[in-house]
Ligand binder design. Sequence first.
Ligand code: G
Ligand code: G
Ligand code: MN
Ligand code: NA
Length: 249
Amino acid sequence: RKLKQGLSDALLNRDFEIHYQPILDTSTQKIWSFEALLRWKFEQQYVSPDIFVSLAEKSGLINELGSWVLEQACLEAAKWSFEEMPSVSVNVSALQLYNLEFIEQVERSLELSQLAPARLHLEITESVLIKNTERVKAQMRQLQALGVHFAIDDFGTGYSSLQQLNSLPVNFIKIDRIFLQQLANKQQSIVRATKYLAREFNYQVIAEGVETLEQLEILDAIGIEYVQGFHFSKALPATQLQTWYNEHL
Ligand code: G
Ligand code: G
Ligand code: MN
Ligand code: NA
């Protein structure tokens, strides 16, 4: 209960920070996107987003929180001056997509920030498509018509992923990092199969959780387009992105 009150207060005071983790283009090794990852400190300690995001979902705060993240991430991304013009990848909870105001929230963030819509990528999980499937897909198509891109996050860990694969209104598939742990044992079949299916259905693939050069080389050989992970960088405060960029790229 204390945590919930803290979260509610933090929302009033906009007492959150967004950190950004780079996603690179495998073939050029240049920056392609930054994933926005929310950070919240409660009583001097960082609380894991897994915990406070699900708390926000249960207590009805997720729309306000999600809307703030979206707006803030667009505003920050619009100020970036890296030559590649990276996109910003924002995690969106299923409950946000079920909200009828979601499209307006996205439009408002784009307008306010003047960010090119194609530079906004929304990461959703497969669970989004369990409920209200047709309405949610229609909403996603409407946003795609504006130029916004979608990625399926944590791919392979949810339900019915393969069955739905050919009808998802998404541009990218993000392979969950659990499948990268097996790369080292040379058991690459899940990543290879995902890449194969993605090619059939015209999706590009992002691998998250890349921690070693060996993993990177295997993913490159398989033809995975984009890579993210501690091998490159953890999520960094917005103020440290330029320094990281200057030192690493
Ligand atoms: O950095 P990491 O511990 O930051 O993130 C843990 C989990 O929290 C991930 O699954 C990530 O998708 C989720 N998460 C981080 N930021 C956000 C956010 O702004 N919105 C939502 N819905 N989830 C987020
Ligand atoms: O579910 P989502 O993809 O949104 O989660 C992002 C989460 O993955 C964040 O908690 C982030 O800190 C974490 N993460 C990013 N790169 C790596 C990595 O290379 N290794 C591990 N173990 N976690 C990572
Ligand atoms: Mn994500
Ligand atoms: Na993920």
